[in-house]
Design a protein around this ligand. Structure first.
Ligand code: E4P
Length: 219
C-alpha cells in the first residue's frame, strides 16, 4: 500500500518525505491556490520544488483546462517539469478521452473527482494509472466513501484492470485504516492523518516505563 501526501505545502511535503515512508504527492487547484500559487511560472516553479523534494514518487499535477485538446496540450507541458509528474485529469467525457490519448502517449494519469463505480470503469478502460475516489466528499453527503473504494477494488480485481485505486479526500486516520482494510492500492492524506497513525496510549505508557528504567540503568 502506497502513501501519498495530499498537499501542495512544501514544508509538509518535506516533513513527510523525511519520515522515509512517502511514496508520492497529490495536489489539486484548491491546494495550489491555498499556497498562494498564481500564474503559469509560479505553477511550474512550485511543481519543480515539489519534485525536487520527492524525486522518485509520483507527483500528481492537475490540468486546469477542461477540453480534450487543451488537457492533452497542458499534460505535455506538465510532464516536462519532472520525470515523476503524473497528470491529474477530471472524470468528465473530455477527461476520459484525454486519459486515453495520454495513455497511448505513455503518459501516466490520475483520474480525479470519481464518485461512482461507473466512472472508475471508464477511467480503467481509458488506461488511467490511478483512479481517485473521493472518500470524504462522499461521507459529507451521508453516504459511505469507503464502500465505493471497496467496490472499485473488487471490480478492478474481477476484470484484471491495472489501474491503481487511490483513495482520496481522506479526512482522518480512521479513513486510512478503513481504506487499507478494503484493499486500496494508495491512500493520499494530509500529513496529520498520516503521522497520527503512530499514536497509541500503550506505546506512550511503555515509553514512560522504559525511560524510567533507562534513567536507573544510566545511574
Ligand atoms: C486528491 O487527489 C484530491 O484532490 C483531494 O484528496 C481532495 O480532497 P478534499 O475533498 O478534502 O478537497
Amino acid at each position: 500500500m502506497k502513501f501519498f501526501i495530499d498537499t501542495a505545502n512544501l514544508s509538509q511535503i518535506k516533513e513527510a518525505n523525511d519520515l522515509g515512508i512517502l511514496d508520492g504527492v497529490t495536489t489539486n487547484p484548491s491546494l495550489m491556490a491555498k499556497e498562494g500559487i498564481v500564474g503559469e511560472k509560479a505553477i511550474r516553479d512550485h511543481y519543480t520544488a515539489i519534485c525536487n523534494i520527492v524525486t522518485e514518487g509520483d507527483v500528481s499535477a492537475e490540468v486546469l483546462s477542461t477540453t480534450y485538446d487543451e488537457m492533452v496540450a497542458e499534460a505535455q507541458e506538465l510532464i516536462k517539469i519532472a520525470k515523476n509528474i503524473v497528470v491529474k485529469v477530471p472524470c468528465t467525457l473530455e477527461g476520459i478521452k484525454a486519459i486515453k490519448k495520454l495513455t497511448t502517449m505513455g503518459i501516466k494519469t490520475n483520474c480525479t473527482l470519481v464518485f461512482s463505480v461507473g466512472q472508475s470503469l471508464l477511467a480503467a478502460k481509458a488506461g488511467a494509472t490511478y483512479v481517485s475516489p473521493f472518500v470524504g466528499r462522499i461521507d459529507d453527503i451521508s453516504s459511505e466513501g469507503v464502500d465505493l473504494v471497496q467496490a472499485i477494488v473488487e471490480m478492478y480485481e474481477y476484470y484484471g484492470f491495472a489501474t491503481q485505486v487511490l483513495a482520496a479526500s481522506i479526512r482522518s486516520t480512521g479513513d486510512i485504516i478503513r481504506c487499507m482494510n478494503v484493499g486500496a492500492d494508495v491512500i493520499t492524506a494530509p500529513l496529520s492523518s498520516i503521522t497520527k497513525l503512530v499514536n497509541h496510549p500503550l506505546t506512550d505508557i511503555g515509553m514512560d516505563i522504559f525511560n524510567e528504567a533507562t534513567k536507573k540503568m544510566r545511574g
